[in-house]
Design a protein around this ligand. Structure first.
Ligand SMILES: [Zn+2]
Length: 311
């Protein structure tokens, strides 16, 4: 990073559900417009099967998370029944107008996933054919909605596999944000699978914790979580990728998120899209890291983590 340039925080907005598309996205667009901010918004383009995520209730860590963040309060009962007692609605069909409006307002748009629940629960153990088929469904729907190819991808639940990373190269994406950094001191990297030559698509991992990962830790409320994030960015004055969700920051966490945005502006950060930040990167100078999985505080299960540096 150029020492003379103000550090940049890319705002990566994940949209997981139909409700998050139809209600949370417009709420965030209104907030961004008020502050003249542009973000990267990644859409779930196929069926909303959030209800099936209830199966996660039987996994360790889920009950603690429900207690801390009140899943029903944030997602709504209806969403929690999609794919179980109610059929899963097609987000790409029902939400196409909101998606196009997002791009029309100047935000970068990209692919989050086809079926969030299916991807998040399965991709780490599925083969290349299954993976490519799921990704193709999302790609085709994106083309149908936007009449142009996506510029970027950010995996649902930060879940990827090696085959999925290769698909990003076949799509000729220059950059993606599929996983997490190990700390706020790390940033973009190129990824090597099994020690092979690095893939072309640069990984710009999420470098900061999400608000919902911090809420409830040491009794922190939403305002406390915003304050904690501002402490982290005061300490690590460098480029970051921050992930938020329309279901959360576009709803109950909106006041805390607005406080956070204003705090970052006061700290001298520029806020914007992944594309803006990508354009300041020099691929030849980035570390090459292995593909790895691991856990992050405040989130259950394992996800894609920046692996050991090999070059
Ligand atoms: Zn997601």
């Amino acid at each position: 990073m150029n020492a003379n340039r103000a550090p940049h925080i890319a705002l990566k907005v994940d949209v997981d559900t139909l409700r998050g598309t139809l209600e949370g996205t417009p709420a965030l667009l209104e907030l961004f417009a008020r502050h003249d901010i542009f973000a990267t918004v990644l859409f779930s383009l196929g069926p909303d099967h959030t209800g099936r995520a209830i199966k996660r209730a039987f996994r360790p860590g889920f009950f603690a998370k429900v207690q801390r963040t009140s899943v029903v309060e944030h997602y709504g009962l209806r969403t929690l029944l999609y794919g179980t007692l109610l059929p899963g609605p097609d987000i790409g069909r029902r939400g196409a107008a909101v998606m196009r409006e997002t791009r029309a307002r100047g935000h970068e748009v990209g692919i989050h996933t086809w079926d969030h629940t299916l991807w998040q629960d399965n991709v780490s153990k599925k083969d290349a054919a299954w993976t490519a088929q799921q990704m193709q469904l999302a790609y085709d729907r994106f083309l149908e909605i936007f009449a142009s190819a996506p510029s970027t991808h950010g995996a649902a639940g930060w879940q990827m596999n090696a085959a999925a990373l290769k698909v990003l190269d076949r799509w000729q994406l220059a950059y993606a944000s599929d996983g997490r950094a190990r700390s706020a001191a790390e940033g973009a990297y190129r990824i090597s699978l099994d020690g092979a030559a690095p893939l072309a698509c640069i990984q710009m991992p999420t470098t900061l914790p999400t608000l919902d990962e911090l809420i409830g830790v040491d009794g922190m409320d939403a305002a406390g979580a915003s304050a904690r994030l501002l402490e982290i960015t005061a300490q690590f004055r460098r480029d970051h990728v921050f992930t938020l969700h329309t279901e959360l920051e576009g709803a109950k966490l909106k006041p805390a998120f607005e406080t956070l945005l204003l705090g970052w502006i006061k700290q001298g950060f520029r806020l914007g899209t992944m594309r803006e930040q990508y354009q300041t990167l020099d691929a030849a100078l980035l570390p090459v890291r292995r593909f790895d999985y691991g856990s992050v505080p405040g989130r259950s299960g394992e996800l894609m983590l920046a692996g050991a540096t090999i070059a």
